[in-house]
Design a protein around this ligand. Structure first.
Ligand code: GLY
Ligand code: MN
Length: 465
């Protein structure tokens, strides 16, 4: 948790942003509720809502923060523990004590929120909230007489603008999450050898994330079938000749995330075919990291990464023509890398994606986003100092997609499908690091830590030896 002043300043800035744009009323920011797993008292580990954590810091369930933009008074609604609760949970600070730690002077029982909402509605005051993404929160809104679909686009943009520009205290937390990621990935490399089951590695690195932080930032992808982008079937037995893709990250104690991918040979040595393909992806990764800068549209970095992939694939005879024509044809996003280069990083591993696509008229961007296999939000994204984003190009050989494109006559004259046949069982390669946009350019999170997750062929072969 940060200091009370940081949270108070963030809430004030949010208020100022909205009132400057003429938007007054109440802002409702619900924290997350406990989420039952297989029966009510057996809950998933508690994960606070990231926006609530950003403005109200507290890592406790069943709280709702209310910011009154007219009086600039903040209130935390929640219930103090009863003795019956304490028997199970142990003592916790009272709501008033917890609220004071994040600079909130006013507290009230959760039951009083209904009256506050009803009163505001009777007074025709605007109630603004973000799109709820959990069923429990949607029901909570409905119980309060609010339509969960009636979220505020103004609030969504104001919050996103703030959360997407990281302050120094947030960057420190991202650096901490990097160090956990470093431990996870280097352990995976040490464990990688013929006969090991993928699950053993997935479980071990998840254990690291839990012992240093709050756990993984998403379920780890540990697979010799890296061509399946989010392959969660970690039941393969490692075999020489295969490439193992490990995409994994951690949430630090303050919820900030890391997200890294490495791909390496189970045998410890790349074959020349694997090395050639690996180095194409690495050049794309390095070139994207080289060009990312403040003021740049994200799509420029995305297209740069695609162009380098195209150059490499032309060099191997998999596609024909020029790299520019290949990128313009959509073949990279349509066949070889069917995902975007980046996503935002922060309190969520895909930062602020709980907000969904920003509700604007995106019609001008739809085709461009579709052709490049990225989402509309990212197609309209401008990098700014404080933006943190992943850099994760890949090349994948997905038999079902290859067959579909070939059967439909797609990318005819561009893709050499006969050469491509020789790669059907190659798998997939992805390389991922997290980048901070600075005032003058960028730096990779973790680059000054003295702990580099091996990434070049030589570094990986040394780590695997
Ligand atoms: N590392 C998983 C993802 O970015 O979707
Ligand atoms: Mn990622």
């Amino acid at each position: 948790m940060f200091t009370d002043k940081i949270y108070a300043r963030r809430r004030q800035t949010l208020c100022d942003k909205l009132t400057a744009a003429g938007h007054t009323g109440l802002i409702l920011l619900p924290g997350n509720l406990p989420a039952p797993n297989n029966y009510p008292n057996n809950t998933y580990p508690f994960r606070q809502d990231s926006t609530f954590a950003y403005y109200f810091g507290l890592d406790l369930p069943s709280l709702v923060g209310v910011i009154d933009t007219d009086s600039t008074e903040d209130t935390l609604y929640g219930n103090d523990l009863t003795v019956d609760d304490i028997i199970w949970t142990g003592p916790e600070p009272t709501l008033a004590e917890a609220a004071a730690r994040v600079g909130v002077a006013h507290t009230a029982p959760l039951g009083a929120l209904q009256e506050r909402v009803t009163r505001a509605l009777q007074q025709s005051r605007r109630l603004r909230f973000l799109p709820p993404y959990r069923g429990e929160t949607k029901l909570q809104f409905e119980d309060l007489g609010l339509n969960p679909e009636a979220y505020s686009v103004d609030l969504l943009f104001a919050v996103a603008e703030m959360r997407e520009r990281k302050g120094p205290e947030e960057i420190e937390e991202l650096e901490r999450a990097y160090l956990i990621g470093y431990e996870m990935h280097t352990l995976a490399m040490r464990m990688c050898r013929r006969g090991v089951v993928e699950r053993e590695i997935a479980g071990a690195i998840e254990g690291i994330s839990k012992s240093y932080g709050r756990g993984v930032s998403f379920p780890p992808i540990v697979s010799q079938h890296g061509e399946t982008l989010h392959n969660l079937h970690s039941d393969g037995v490692l075999g020489d000749g295969r490439l193992l893709l490990v995409d994994a990250g951690a949430e630090g104690l303050a919820y900030y995330c890391s997200d890294h991918t490495r791909t390496y040979p189970v045998s410890g040595k790349f074959t020349s075919k694997q090395r050639d393909m690996y180095n194409i992806v690495l050049r794309s990764h390095d070139e994207a990291a080289r060009v990312m800068a403040p003021g740049m549209m994200y799509m420029e970095a995305h297209t740069t990464a695609q162009r380098v992939l195209a150059e490499g694939l032309i060099g191997l005879g998999l596609i024909r023509g020029t790299a520019e024509d290949a990128v313009a044809s959509g073949v990279i996003g349509g066949l070889f890398m069917p995902h975007g280069l980046s996503h935002g990083m922060g309190l969520d591993v895909h930062d602020c994606e709980a907000f969904g696509e920003r509700t604007l008229d995106f019609s001008a961007w739809i085709d461009r986003a579709k052709a490049s296999a990225t989402c509309i939000h990212r197609a309209t994204w401008r990098l700014q100092p404080g933006t943190v984003l992943s850099d994760e190009p890949g090349i994948y050989f997905i038999p079902a997609l290859i067959d579909k494109c070939r059967a439909e006559g797609k990318f005819k004259g561009i893709v050499n499908y006969d050469v491509l046949d020789a790669y059907r069982d190659f798998g997939g390669i992805r390389i991922e690091d997290d980048i901070l946009i600075t005032e003058t350019g960028n730096r990779t999170i973790g680059q000054d830590s003295g702990k580099k997750i091996p990434v070049t062929v030589e570094e990986l072969e040394t780590a695997l030896s």
